[in-house]
Design a protein around this ligand. Structure first.
Ligand code: PMM
Length: 269
């Protein structure tokens, strides 16, 4: 999954693709580099981000989705809002990526159920402005597993086909670095729930911290590509179904090497 943020303020690519032409060009290039799906988002979810309204969010993503659909690019819509998801699906998106796991907007489940599309449910405890205050766990692996399992149950109860659900640990969302690492090391707790698992570590701050220089300053997002690739390969080798990344070409190359070891585990949903 290639990342296309049509936002002025995302943590690593904010502002780069906020006009229609550059967003469409980048989406086409991610697909050309081998992304199976391009994830289009119009609202930044970086820690501390303030919310925008639904009309602004839809106005950012819908024209991009229309153009990319016309170019034959498969897309998911990265949104927590049912109205934005509905508009994006009508414009040509084929899946919903909901970082709130259906919690932010009670209408999202009925949109996903009616569309019959894949729905990515990410582990989430609250909106970006104050989510890091919610990063308290006794045992992060079992708590994230149980909270995600509850979200999947709620989706199925609302009429979503279980075969269309994808789970995501939500790295960096109400998580400290040690929580992200624990989840990465115990991905089997999530894959064991029986749903495909999406792993989305790309360029996140906890990788920058591992790569910090002697003064402790985290490596900036543009310098986190190799670390991202390492996490992606480890995740796929641990059973992840997909990886959400900014750098598609390197990821495709890394996965080709992994696949050459004879352990193909890719399935389409
Ligand atoms: N992270 C971001 C945005 N969308 N979606 C899923 N499913 N999982 C994530 O971890 C996730 C996401 C924030 O990162 P970005 O600024 O690189 O998009």
């Amino acid at each position: 999954m290639g990342v296309l943020n049509v936002t002025p303020d995302s943590f690593s690519d904010g502002g780069r693709y906020s006009d229609l032409a550059s967003a469409v060009e980048h989406g086409i290039s991610l697909y050309g580099e081998g992304a199976d799906i391009v994830d289009v988002g119009g609202e930044s979810t970086r820690p501390g981000a303030e919310r925008i309204d639904a009309a602004t969010e839809a106005a950012r993503v819908v024209p991009v989705i229309e153009s990319l659909a016309a170019a034959g690019v498969p897309m998911s819509i990265d949104t927590t809002r049912a109205a934005v998801a509905e508009a994006a699906l009508a414009a040509g998106a084929i899946a919903v990526n909901d970082v709130s796991g259906g919690l932010a907007d009670p209408s999202m489940a009925s949109v996903a159920a009616a569309a019959g599309c894949p729905w990515i449910l990410m582990h989430w405890r609250g909106h970006s402005r104050d989510m890091q205050k919610l990063a308290t766990y006794r045992d992060v692996v079992s708590e994230v597993r149980d909270e995600l399992s509850a979200r999947a149950d709620a989706a199925i109860a609302a009429g979503v086909d279980a075969g269309r659900i994808v789970l995501d640990p939500g790295l960096g969302f109400a998580k400290q670095a040690e929580h992200n690492w624990a989840l990465s090391a115990h991905l089997e707790a999530l894959t064991g729930l029986g749903f495909p698992v999406l792993f989305a570590a790309s360029r996140k701050t906890y990788l920058g911290r591992v790569l910090a220089g002697p003064d402790g300053t985290p490596r900036p997002p543009d310098g986190r590509g190799a670390a991202t690739l390492a996490t992606s390969i480890l995740a796929v080798a641990s059973g992840a179904w997909g990886v959400r990344v900014h750098e598609v070409r390197d990821t495709v190359d890394g996965l080709a090497v992994w696949r050459a070891t004879g352990s193909p585990r890719f399935t389409k949903i």
